[in-house]
Design a protein. Sequence first.
Length: 149
Amino acid sequence: MSRVGSGEAKVVWTPPASGPNSQNIWAPELHFLDGKWYLYYTAGSSGDLGTQRSFVLENPSPDPLQGTWTDKGRIYHPTENFWAIDASVFEHNAKRYLIWSGYSRASDITQQIYICEMANPWTLTGPRMLLSSPEFAWETIGSGGDFRR
């Protein structure tokens, strides 16, 4: 039996009135890494969903409902800064990785799954690597339309 609905509701961050993470906020994920809490989320700068990127907040409190959440900004690789949503973090063989759904380039709206090693909970290091791309008919249904409209 789940009691998730009876838990305390708490606003830990309010988006800015404008800017790259002010609109269309979704997919929050909470992770405890290196003794701090990190909240990864997707956001954009306008109603144009093509502006969606991944961002991260940090809180050093042992309790994520206490303390102060600091905006660490957008999490991206500077030479591969394209549409990126639904980020998640995992560790394997003592290395940390970010995995997300994104575009290969600005002109291609095909969603693909990428992975990149992390230098710390808010910084990617090395190139992003393609893990998965849609290839079967059931994976490409609806992919002909421009999701950003």
